[in-house]
Design a protein. Structure first.
Length: 669
């Protein structure tokens, strides 16, 4: 005969806890100020009443707190707890048979049927007496009250009616609930976790620029001080994160020339991602850019105008990097004695050596790379854009990010991982705060709808925070090459309103650069990756006015600061895409309508889900276009909308359920 189980008296089953990621192997993601809403199935055999509890704690060894869960029906339960600080919370579910509530429920049925309940009242007195013992060490006042009620229930000299009324009294039930019986309690077999980041992990607007191109003089290499001078422009555009490609010395061996030619001239500056030279490696600053003091000044000046500096972390080296000679074991040697350079066949990057993460000296390599991140944290950086993280081991990132965030909970990591979906998602599960997306290659109505439905309305949203980029130094999509200004406007609005975090590589985007290196390429002609450029930021053709209005709308409207309540709305024209977002309290409602045809006017009938937006079906409501200030009045679910790309490729409406006078309504009609 098999040995009897130790938990043979435990009757409650707990399962299907949500949210959870990977069966609880990874934390869900939230930001400070959120409430974590937790649901679970909790049930037992038979007809006994069940109670379920949500328990949570903060950090290792933190005090555990408990919240009773509310029944939703069909054995589903719900409760929430506040996320008040950055770091890691833990939570789990407990459940038990509620003998008192079961007794109370059955007693009510017996009384309704006119049955004798004398014995049942004595049973109730015993249950309340047991609660007295549990209350005595917590609250003598509660214990005294429960003691009195137990005596009254058990006093067969009192009228049965009075005792029955007391038995069914909700005050008595609430007191007993306060001191549940811990015996034979079931607990969920895992402690789940939630990683709580600061708000910028959820909502951020990124602008990328090359410091060497910040010089107003084409004959002079740009400096960090030039970037400081550029801060008012970036602030005027409304961005809150300024991302800089690698600032380190650039190797000279195999340096690339303009447009990626393999023979560089002496004056060619090289690719910033070819990191390292005689001046130093990943903790050094390129001498022509300035000094560590200049960098700290940039961080401080940026903070004064509400901008954070994000720094590129590219874990690779040029052939001139000091580590190539100091730690040759960190690189992969080929049979001919040369070091393996980076490749993505058929592309070759002879100026870059990847680190060998399968090196026997991998522990020292991991520690050195950890030291790089910590160095820049010491210089005031808290946001890192990580280059090609999918080409490094998953285990490395899980260790590095956990180790850094244990000491710096405000550190954020953006994964530049244009790779397979499961790989992107795994990196997010391992701790990356945000990730690049496939937004650039999602251009039709169906593609955009399907993709952002996946990102925001499935389990992916529990761990993956999308950052939608309009373009990058590597990606000039065909839509921008061929679509002219309307394409730039439309893709800007889509990125900035579909996703709570988005990015622009500028000034090429601001200035509508759309010439590829060659037909069929997504590379820019005369790309800043290979040469210094000088930009006319005052060009009359610039998008700066529209960019500023879009970012102002994002700052002023909470609906655009989250991905949680994105809903696509029906419109009977496949060349128009429409969607809404609303704030958690329902007070702020945004409707975006964007054209996907950049050549001619498009119109259609839009059918709004009024119930979901909290709008009345029979009352007019006002729409203010945040891009030009114009106002309309609509009524009912169906209304006509038009987009003229020659004027502007999108509408971003703020909807206000405010009724104007009948005369004004007729005027708008």
């Amino acid at each position: 005969m098999s040995e009897l189980p130790a938990d043979g008296l435990v009757r409650v089953v707990i399962e299907n806890v949500a949210p959870e990621v990977g069966g609880g192997r990874f934390p869900v993601k939230r930001t400070v100020g959120d409430e974590l809403l937790v649901e679970a199935d909790a049930f037992a055999d038979g007809h006994d009443e069940v109670r379920a509890f949500l328990r949570w704690s903060y950090g290792d060894g933190g005090e555990w707190h408990e919240q009773p869960m509310e029944p939703l029906g069909n054995d589903r339960w719900r409760a929430s707890f506040p996320l008040e600080q950055m770091g890691r919370y833990r939570f789990t579910i407990a459940g038990a048979i509620d003998h008192f509530r079961t007794w109370q429920h059955d007693l009510a049925k017996r009384l309704e049927a006119g049955q004798d309940v004398a014995v049942d009242l004595l049973i109730g007195a015993r249950l309340v007496g047991a609660a007295v013992l549990r209350a005595e060490d917590v609250s003598e006042a509660d214990a005294a009250k429960l003691r009195q009620m137990a005596a009254q229930l058990g006093d067969d000299g009192r009228p049965t009616g009075a005792r029955s009324r007391l038995a069914l009294d909700e005050e008595l039930a609430g007191l007993v609930d306060r001191y549940p019986d811990p015996e034979d309690e079931a607990t969920f077999d895992r402690r789940l976790e939630v990683e709580v980041d600061r708000e910028r992990a959820r909502f951020s607007s990124w602008y990328e620029l090359f410091p060497r191109s910040a010089s107003p003089d084409p004959s002079r290499h740009g400096t960090l001080r030039d970037v400081i001078a550029r801060l008012p422009y970036v602030a005027e555009l409304g961005f809150d994160v300024l991302y800089l490609p690698p600032l380190h010395p650039i190797g000279r061996q195999f340096r690339k020339g303009p447009n990626n030619v393999t023979q560089a001239r002496p004056e060619d500056p090289g690719v910033p991602w070819a990191i390292g030279g005689p001046e130093g490696g990943h903790t050094a600053i390129h001498p022509e850019l300035g000094t560590a003091e200049d960098f700290r000044a940039l961080v401080a000046e940026a903070a004064k105008v509400g901008i954070e500096i994000a720094l590129d972390i590219a874990f690779q080296a040029s052939p001139d990097h000091p580590w190539v000679t100091e730690h040759p074991g960190w690189f992969r040697a080929r049979p001919d004695g040369s070091i393996q350079y980076a490749e993505n066949p058929p592309k070759k990057y002879q100026d870059i050596y990847p680190f060998d993460f399968e090196s026997e000296d991998w522990p020292a390599l991991w520690q050195a790379l950890n030291g790089v991140v910590r160095h820049w944290i010491g210089q005031g950086v808290r946001i890192f854009r990580v280059d090609n993280p999918h080409t490094k081991p998953f285990g490395f990132w899980g260790w590095l990010i956990d180790d850094i965030k244990a000491d710096h909970a405000d550190a954020l990591f953006l994964a530049e991982a244009f790779t397979r979906p499961k790989v992107m998602y795994r990196l997010a599960k391992l701790g990356f705060s945000q990730s690049y997306t496939y937004f650039t290659w999602r251009n039709t109505k169906q593609e955009l709808t399907d993709y952002f439905t996946e990102l925001t309305m499935t389990g992916v949203r529990e761990f993956f925070r999308p950052n939608a980029w309009t373009n990058t130094p590597d990606i000039l999509h065909e839509v921008l090459q061929l679509g002219g200004r309307p394409a730039f406007e439309a893709r800007l609005v889509l990125a900035a309103t579909l996703a709570a975090s988005y990015g622009v590589y500028g000034p090429p985007y601001d200035l509508l650069l759309n010439t590829p290196r060659e037909p069929g390429s997504e590379e820019y002609l005369d790309s800043e990756k290979y040469q210094q450029r000088t930009w006319d930021l005052d060009s009359p053709h610039s998008l700066r006015g529209l960019v500023a209005r879009v970012n102002r709308a994002r700052r002023e409207h909470p609906a655009l600061q989250s991905n949680e309540r994105l809903r696509f709305q029906a419109i009977d024209n496949d060349q128009l895409i429409a969607y809404t977002k609303h704030s958690a309290d329902g007070e702020d409602i945004i409707l975006a309508v964007v054209t996907l045809d950049f050549t001619q006017r498009q119109s259609g009938t839009l059918t709004l889900g009024l119930d979901d937006l909290g709008l009345p079906a029979d009352a007019p409501f006002e729409l203010t276009d945040l891009l030009d200030g114009s106002t309309q009045l609509w009524q009912g679910a169906q209304n006509r909308v038009e987009v003229e790309p020659a004027v502007r490729a999108a509408h971003v409406f703020h909807i206000q359920p405010r009724v104007r006078s009948e005369r004004e309504f007729e005027h708008y009609q």
